[in-house]
Each structure stands twice: as C-alpha cells, then as structure tokens.
Write a protein that binds this ligand. Sequence first.
Ligand code: PLP
Length: 346
Amino acid sequence: MIIDLRSDTVTKPSQAMLDAMMQVNVGDDVFREDPTVNELEARIAKMFGKEDALFFPSGTMANQTAVKLHTNPGDQVICDKYAHIYNYESGGASFNSGVSCKLIDGSKGMFTAKQVQEAINPDAYYYSKTTLVEIENTTNKGGGACWDFNEIKKIRKVCDDNQLGFHLDGARLWNALVAKNETALQYGKVFDTISVCLSKGLGCPIGSVLVGDSKIMENAIRIRKIFGGNMRQAGYLAASGLYALDNNIDRLKEDHQKAKEIGEELYKLSIIKTIQPIETNIIIFELNDAINENEFVQKLATNNIHIISMGGGKLRMVTHLDYTDIMHDKFLNFLNDANLSNNLKA
Ligand SMILES: *Cc1c(COP(=O)(O)O)cnc(C)c1O
C-alpha cells in the first residue's frame, strides 16, 4: 500500500465519477456546443452569484487569464510573497501579462487591508500602475490557512477606493468554505473574478473554472484561446466536475480531520521543530536542525509514505479523497512507533 501525501492532486477518478463522465452528452466547445461544459459553467456561475463562468484545463491558466483580464503590460499586481501566481506559475504573470508583482510580507500567505493600502503605488508617471490585488484561499504555501472574511471585505473597500481589480485564487476555496462554514455566494459578492480547481480536493482528473460578471469575462474566452486552452468535447471532463460538486464537497471535512490527527501525532515527535496550525488539509512542518530533510523524506519513501519538501526546511503533507481510513490508521501507527524518532535520525 502506497500512502501518497504529496498533494491532493494525486487522486484518481472513482468508478462512480468515471461512470458519470461516460454518460454525458458532449459537443464542440469551441462552437460553445458542449451541453455538459455549458451546464458546469452555468452551475458554478450561479453558485457564486456571478453572470459568467469559463472552464479551463488548469488552475494556472484560469489565474493567468484573470491577471490578463485585470491588467495592462507594465502594471503591478499586489499579492503575498507566498502567492501561487508569483511562485508556482513559471513566471507567467510577467510572461503573459507583462506585469510585476508587489509582494506583501504577510503571515501564512495572508495580509491586511492596511498592507494593501500601503502597497499601492502613488499616482505618478514613473511608478508602475497598481491595478490588481490577488489573494489565495486557502493559502497553499501558507499551510492551508483560511482568510478572515472580514479582512477580505476591508480589502474590497481598498480596491473600490483605488479602482483596483480583486481576484481570488480559490484553488482550494472549497476547503475554506467547508472549514469556515462559508458560502460561495458571499465570495462572489466581494471578488471580481474567482478561480476554483476541480482537480484538487474535489478529485476530478482535470479542470478549473473562472467566474466573474459578463463585462470582465467577455474577453476571458479570447485569452483562453490565446493561451491555447480551447477544448473540444470537454464535456467528459466537465461531467467529473458536476459529479464532484454533488458528491465531494462536504466530505472535505474528513480530509481536514485526518490532517489534524496527523498533526497531533507529529507534534509528539521529538524530531519535529515546528508545525503550522492545521486548518484544512495541508500540514506544513519543520524538522529539528539535527535531522537531514532529504534523508527524512527518503526514509518515509522506503516505508511507502510519500511527502514533499517545499524548500527552506519546510515539508508538506496533504490529505485527500484517496487517502483512505486504512492508510490513515497505518500512517498514524507508523508515526506513533516509539522507535521512529531514532529510526529517522539514523
Ligand atoms: C494547484 C494550485 C493552482 C493551480 O494549479 P494547476 O496545477 O495549474 O491546476 C493555483 N493556485 C493554488 C493555490 C494551487 O494550489
């Protein structure tokens, strides 16, 4: 049995999801004639109370399209130093949109309205023009932390006062909604655009969706085409999204619970220096200086347990749909093994 905690993207579609995918009507989405893609887009737009939604092959492309929609070359985007759009999208914001990022030194990938206010460039010709604020919920590099919705509303106000767009990278927004008992509708009200992933916690093989009102979304399909993201009979994929919306959101609680339980076991180990607070399905921790990080990861791997290093001494585990109760018991027992600390030191 292989326990793969590297990411919540390692899930494979369940038989029930595959069955749902195989039964749908499809058409050529470039002609906007795929009824299942259209259904998924309409449904997600409605969930967020937005006029439009567009299906994408990846979250990266959905975010990059959003950056392009909100900016012109030379503009500046305000985001956290941990932001996915800055760290993990291959420099796409500068490559695709010709923008720079003003990085906020936030906490667990989050920041305050006051920090946003301070990060806005003065209105002089020799500054780059600040046009977009981007946040992430949950935060990936921030350890799956959830934003305080009141702070988000305050940032919205700063955006309104300064005519800035407001984009949410909601790759794991579903986790935040479940953890904090919030609704998609409330997020739709404060953001201009939101990207959500279907291929993370929701367990779909492929897919993200970008939502927004018609005016801003009007050009999204053109930009998606420029990025090469137009698809044909994508309804088979959209069907996995419809299935996941019906079946895989509430159960995220289970992933969160398992992550907390792993955290409690880790906390007992003498080899662990710090663990970030666990709010959702991501566990980020650091080892004591005496322990070699690569050897630790290797040692787990020889026990068929896979985790990843995030650099800078931080290690990450992510619970997900395919991390079963049996795997969880096995992993907790493994961590609980009295000899473990010594074993891992060797
Ligand atoms: C995974 C992820 C994305 C999108 O990633 P893709 O692999 O392109 O689908 C965007 N933002 C965050 C925070 C993510 O974790």
